[in-house]
Write a protein that binds this ligand. Structure first.
Ligand code: SF4
Ligand code: SF4
Ligand code: SF4
Length: 281
């Protein structure tokens, strides 16, 4: 086996491991949701919202100022948030690329859209699919829309100082998908919109709307574990741009992008040996 083939094989195993980890977290979240609709279980374990890391951010102000968490959240939110922050301190937004069930769902819907809109059964790495969807937004729109999630984060932080429930509570896609309690028209609309946008555009929610993604973005600038590039070797073939689930433009120039979810798809697809590498420090 040539060196190149060996590199491709080991990178491919990395991608399989990531998909396995994503599947475990997705399944685990569904099990948590199921547990909460079992008779008497909700009362024992608190509301479904208590497992959300963003709930820890939403309830922080209330806890600091009154000693009480917002309704449907509790101290467990802080524990989950600390776990996510620990991952982020080490590996930037790896939580988004490896663990978040909403990120995984968006990857699945993007895959489904590709298959339904003319994509090949077997994905050919680094080659632009002939499928019509998902398709990126025009660069000019994309650039400005990405700031929306930071605005949403600020609005939620301000709203959380006056709320009784976490501000995202009624429109949270995690509740829509995993709580098995689609009790309002609003949650149904969120669920349907989430599915449609994820099929039209890769990780639409992550790129443009998610306040947790916005809060974690800063860690990409400081985390020691990350993908590094040897610019001398890069041929600017564009394969990594094609594979990037976050539609990061010119990946080799933006390895420290706040948008990167550390999924390692670029590492897997790069066919020039030793150009991209995962490094600590
Ligand atoms: S950006 Fe938000 S929805 Fe997307 S993977 Fe990260 S935490 Fe999950
Ligand atoms: S990093 Fe690799 S895949 Fe990306 S442009 Fe350079 S050579 Fe191509
Ligand atoms: S730049 Fe690479 S690691 Fe980051 S999101 Fe894109 S493909 Fe994943």
């Amino acid at each position: 086996m040539t060196d190149n083939a060996k590199i491709q094989q080991s990178n491919s195993s990395l991608s399989q491991i990531r998909k396995g980890v994503q599947a475990i977290f997705l399944l685990g979240t569904y099990l948590l949701g199921l547990r909460h609709i079992m008779p008497g279980e909700s009362a024992k374990g608190g509301a479904f919202d208590a497992f959300c890391p963003f709930g820890g951010i939403e309830t922080l102000w209330s806890y600091i100022t009154t000693g009480h968490t917002l309704k449907t959240t509790n101290l467990l939110n802080f524990a989950v948030l600390i776990g996510v922050l620990g991952v982020s301190l080490l590996a930037g937004r790896a939580f988004c690329g490896w663990m978040c069930p909403l990120g995984t769902l968006q990857d699945l819907f993007a895959y489904l859209a590709r298959r339904l809109s003319g994509g090949k059964k077997r994905h050919v790495r680094g080659r632009r699919s002939k499928a019509r969807f998902p398709t990126p937004l025009p660069l000019k729109w994309d650039k400005w829309l990405r700031y929306t999630k930071y605005l949403i984060l600020v609005v939620i932080l301000v709203a959380s100082t006056r709320s009784i429930y976490p501000p995202l509570h009624t429109i949270c896609p995690a509740r829509a998908f995993f709580s098995f309690q689609l009790t309002t028209g609003l949650l149904w609309s969120v669920l349907i919109t989430f599915i449609i946008t994820s099929m039209l555009n890769k990780r639409f929610w992550c790129k443009y709307l998610c306040p947790l993604g916005a809060a974690l973005a800063i860690f990409n600038k400081i985390a020691p574990l990350r993908v590094v590039i040897d610019k001398e070797r890069c041929t600017h073939c564009g394969r990594c741009d094609v594979e990037c689930p976050m539609d990061i433009h010119a990946v080799p120039e933006n390895m420290r992008s706040a948008e990167c979810v550390q999924c390692l798809e670029c590492l897997e697809t790069c066919s020039v040996p030793d150009t991209l590498d995962l490094k600590l420090g």
